[in-house]
Design a protein around this ligand. Structure first.
Ligand SMILES: Nc1nc2c(ncn2[C@@H]2O[C@H](COP(=O)(O)OP(=O)(O)O)[C@@H](O)[C@H]2O)c(=O)[nH]1
Ligand SMILES: [Mg+2]
Length: 313
């Protein structure tokens, strides 16, 4: 097992893939490896990318990955999006684009389902980010569909959060109002080739202006045409600038602390749930307690007290 961790740290793609699978299955071996990998992690720039379905996130990520490779950076991509081209179901053009990336040994792409956490990120995402980080990736990109809890979770992991907007969507403006405004470090307005682009830019600019009036810093807005690779170098520069600006600040340290806090909570939650509901000894006792609750011999709170006192023993 120590050997697997060593191979991951050398950037071996097969070892990385195997390690991720072990982590997804929450196997005890994975735990041992994760302990080794932690000392080597923390260097990657983690970029969270969110936005509505069809905004062009996956296309944009392919282009960004290509740009970062040109700059000599190694890139890891995690797509938490069931409709993502990384997990199939893409148009032919998109697939060819992805395939090109997939043959580069310094790009690692993994798609993940949302199983595990209701509407949010699967718990294993923390592990996968840490694995890719420890494997020597300079950039780790996490793609999520901007609905509900997922993007709130992703900002806990990401050093820089990029929100992708598109023209002609009342939707994107709505998500801004619903609070995405607070999470964006950078905006990309994609599909600048589409009608309505000028208007969307103007709308977002005035919203950003409004926030800036409250004394906060202006969030950068970068127009792009992901499909044609236009605006991508500027976007990469802006993302890099955000990280540089953050580094060494109190805010950055606090943010990293919150990431490890969320990870810690997730690990404990997973272990506890597994112990209580999967392990035979507990499972039988839980069934007994449920019977008693049914027969009004016990109330759920007393039953929970009993289970917890067992766990804490
Ligand atoms: N017109 C136009 N279409 C784009 C652009 N970028 C992506 N698309 C298309 O938008 C669709 C959705 O893209 P995808 O990357 O899968 O979006 P995602 O769901 O946000 O990951 C695809 O058909 C892309 O080819 C762009 O800059 N301009
Ligand atoms: Mg996608």
């Amino acid at each position: 097992m120590k050997d697997l961790a060593q191979r991951v740290m050398k950037g071996d793609p097969r070892a990385i893939a195997r390690m991720i699978t072990l982590a997804e299955n929450a196997s005890p071996e994975a735990r041992e490896c994760m302990k080794v990998l932690h000392s080597r992690s923390g260097n990657a720039h983690v970029i969270g990318i969110t936005g509505v379905m069809g905004a062009g996130k996956s296309t944009l990520i392919s282009e960004l990955a290509r740009e970062y490779r040109k700059r000599g950076k190694r890139v890891g991509i995690i797509a938490i999006d069931p409709t993502s081209p990384f997990s199939g179901g893409a148009l032919l053009g998109d697939r060819i684009r992805m395939m090109e990336l997939a043959t580069d040994p310094d790009i690692f792409i993994r798609s993940m389902g949302t199983r595990g956490m209701l509407g949010g990120l699967t718990g294993a995402v923390y592990d996968v980010v840490e694995i890719l980080d420890a494997s020597g990736k300079d950039i780790v990109i996490v793609e999520t569909v901007g609905v509900g809890q997922a993007e709130v979770d992703v900002i806990k992991i990401a050093d820089t959060t990029l929100v992708v907007l598109v023209p002609g969507l009342g939707d994107s403006i709505q998500s801004i109002k619903a609070g995405i405004m607070e999470i964006a470090d950078v905006y990309a307005v994609n599909k600048a080739d589409r009608p309505g682009f000028e208007r969307t830019m103007a709308e977002i600019e005035s919203l950003v202006e409004l926030i800036a009036d409250r004394g906060e810093e202006r969030t950068p807005i970068i127009p792009v045409i992901a499909k044609e690779g236009k605006g991508i170098p500027e976007l990469a520069d802006t993302i890099d600038a955000h990280r540089k600006k953050m580094e060494g600040t109190k805010e950055f340290t606090l943010h990293r602390r919150r990431r490890y806090e969320a990870e810690l909570v997730e690990i404990i939650r997973k272990r506890l749930m597994k112990m209580i509901f999967d392990e035979d000894v507990f499972r039988d006792r839980v069934e007994d307690l449920i019977d008693m609750i049914m027969r009004k011999k016990k109330d759920p709170y007393s039953a929970a007290d009993e289970i917890l006192s067992q766990v804490l023993k």
